[in-house]
Design a protein around this ligand. Structure first.
Ligand SMILES: Cc1cc2nc3c(=O)[nH]c(=O)nc-3n(C[C@H](O)[C@H](O)[C@H](O)COP(=O)(O)OP(=O)(O)OC[C@H]3O[C@@H](n4cnc5c(N)ncnc54)[C@H](O)[C@@H]3O)c2cc1C
Length: 412
C-alpha cells in the first residue's frame, strides 16, 4: 500500500489545487457548511455553471477519452480531483448518477449516434440523467422488478412500457434516465430483463416527488403508462439487462472521493463551543471516549481508501472490499450526527443556517444519514458481499435462481 502521492500524482494534485483556488470562489455557497443555503433552483444553476467550467478545463470527466469531451486521464486522477473538490466546498451532487453510472452504461452499450448525442451535453452539465432501477418489489433484489416492456402490436418494433419505479434520485430535474424492465417473465428473474434509455419528458412518464423529513424532495416515484420507446433506445440485447445493470453498478465503485457530511474534526469543533450543564461538551468524558472511537474509525477508513487508491494508481480495478468503507462511513455519520443533535439540546430542532451554519449542517446530515445506510446497497447487502466475495463464506440462500419469474410467489 502506498501512503503518499507518486511524484506525478503530487504534481497533478497541486495543479488541481491551483485551479480550484483560482475558480472555486463564486461557487462555494453550495457547500453544506455555508452560512446561507441557496434555493434548489439556485443550487442547480450554480452546479451546471460549475460543471461547464470543469468541462472547459478537462476536469469534468477526467478518465473519459478526449474525443468524447473527457480529460483522457487516469482513475487515480479522478479520485484526487474529487478529494480536492470536496475540500474546496464545490462538490455538487447533481451529476454523480449521470456521469458515474448512466453515461458509462450508454458508452458501453449504445450505438455511435446515441453516444455522440448524449455524452457531450452530460459532461458539460447541460443534461442530467437518473437511474430507474428500484421498485416497490425490487430494491436489494432488483432483479425481482415488475415494470413490463412489451413489443408494440403495430409491428414497428417499438416497446410499450408500464410499471413503477421508486426512490429515483433527481428524476424531477433529470432530462433522461436508464430504465431496467422485464421483457420476459417466462425465464428466471435475472434472464428476462432489458435496459433502455428514456426521455424523462416523454408522454407516459409521470414523476411524483417524495417528501422527506428534512423538508427536501430529492427522490421520486416514477410511473410509466404506455410509454412508447424505440427499439434503438435499447441498451444491450433483449434479455441481457442484468449484465447491462451490472456495468452500471460496477461504475459506482469509483465514487471513492470521500464521505460527505461532518466528520470527527467538525464535531470536535462543535464540542468546544457548545455549553452543557457541566461546561463545554468537550470536557465530557463519555463524549471524549466516543470521539476517540470516531477518530480510530476515520483512520481505518482513510487507510482502506489508500488501498483503493493504490489499486487505482497501479491501474487495477478496486475489489468488493470497498463495500467496507460505505458501511463504516454511513454508520459513523448517523452516530456522530445523533450525538451532535443531543449536544445541541433544544437548539437541535431550531438552528438556522444563516445564524448557526455548523449546527444546521449537523441537523441536515442527521436527517440524511439513515438514507445513506440504504442507498447503493443496504448495510446487510454489503455485509453479504463482504462475507461471500471477500471472506469466501457460504453464499446467501437463493431459492428462486432457477424458477421462471412468472412462477415466483408475488407476495402482496
Ligand atoms: C438516498 C437514496 C437514494 C436512492 N436512489 C436511487 C436511485 O437513484 N435509483 C434507484 O433505482 N434506486 C435508488 N434508491 C433505492 C435503493 O437502491 C434501495 O432502497 C435499496 O436497494 C434497498 O431496497 P429497498 O428499499 O427495496 O429495501 P429492501 O430490499 O426491501 O430491504 C429491506 C430490508 O431487508 C434487508 N434485506 C434485503 N435483502 C436481504 C438479504 N438478502 N439479506 C439480508 N438482509 C436483506 C435490507 O438490508 C433492508 O434492511 C435510493 C435509496 C436511497 C435511500
Amino acid at each position: 500500500m502506498d501512503f503518499n502521492d507518486s511524484p506525478e500524482e503530487a504534481a497533478f494534485r497541486s495543479q488541481v489545487r491551483a485551479w480550484l483556488d483560482a475558480h472555486a470562489g463564486p461557487f462555494r455557497s453550495g457547500s453544506s457548511m455555508a452560512a446561507r443555503r441557496p434555493s434548489h433552483d439556485e443550487l442547480l444553476r450554480l452546479a451546471k455553471a460549475w460543471q461547464a467550467k470543469k468541462a472547459d478545463a478537462g476536469y469534468a470527466a477526467i478518465t473519459w477519452p478526449k474525443a468524447w469531451g473527457g480529460g483522457g486521464g487516469e482513475p487515480i486522477q479522478q479520485v484526487i480531483f474529487n478529494q480536492e473538490e470536496q475540500k474546496a466546498g464545490v462538490a455538487f451532487p447533481f451529476f454523480t448518477i449521470g456521469l458515474g453510472m448512466c453515461i458509462p452504461t450508454v458508452m458501453a452499450f449504445a450505438d455511435e449516434a446515441t453516444k455522440k448525442r448524449f455524452v457531450g451535453p452530460a459532461i458539460r452539465g447541460e443534461e442530467i440523467w437518473c437511474q430507474l432501477f428500484s421498485e416497490p418489489a425490487g430494491g436489494s433484489d432488483v432483479a425481482a422488478l415488475r415494470t413490463r416492456a412489451e413489443r408494440a402490436e403495430d409491428g414497428s418494433g417499438d416497446w410499450i412500457i408500464n410499471g413503477q419505479k421508486v426512490w429515483t434520485t433527481g428524476a424531477h430535474y433529470s432530462d433522461y434516465g436508464i430504465l431496467l424492465t422485464r421483457t420476459n417473465p417466462d425465464v428466471p428473474k435475472h434472464k428476462g430483463l432489458t435496459m433502455f434509455w428514456i426521455d424523462m419528458h416523454a408522454p407516459g412518464v409521470e414523476v411524483r416527488p417524495i417528501h422527506q423529513m428534512s423538508g427536501g424532495s430529492e427522490f421520486n416515484e416514477v410511473y410509466f403508462t404506455d410509454l412508447r420507446v424505440k427499439d434503438s433506445q435499447r441498451l444491450g440485447d433483449v434479455g441481457q439487462g442484468w449484465q447491462v445493470a451490472l456495468v452500471t453498478l460496477m461504475n459506482e465503485r469509483l465514487a471513492v472521493g470521500g464521505a460527505s457530511g461532518p466528520n470527527y474534526r467538525e464535531i470536535l469543533e462543535l464540542a468546544r463551543t457548545t455549553l452543557g450543564a457541566d461546561g463545554p461538551a468537550i470536557e465530557d468524558r463519555a463524549f471524549r471516549q466516543r470521539l476517540a472511537d470516531w477518530y480510530v474509525q476515520a483512520e481505518g477508513l482513510k487507510f482502506t481508501r489508500y488501498r483503493t487508491m493504490t489499486a487505482l494508481s497501479r491501474g487495477q480495478t478496486p475489489g468488493p472490499e470497498s463495500s467496507i468503507g460505505k458501511i463504516i462511513a454511513a454508520n459513523q455519520l448517523q452516530d456522530l450526527t445523533n450525538q451532535a443533535i443531543e449536544m445541541q439540546d433544544q437548539f437541535g430542532i431550531i438552528a438556522d443556517p444563516s445564524i448557526a451554519p455548523m449546527e444546521a449542517a449537523f441537523q441536515q446530515a442527521f436527517m440524511w444519514a439513515p438514507g445513506l445506510r440504504i442507498a447503493g446497497g443496504t448495510d446487510e447487502i454489503l455485509r453479504n458481499i463482504i462475507a461471500e466475495r471477500v471472506l469466501g463464506l457460504p453464499g446467501d440462500v437463493r431459492v428462486d435462481k432457477d424458477v421462471a419469474f412468472k412462477d415466483m410467489p408475488r407476495g402482496v
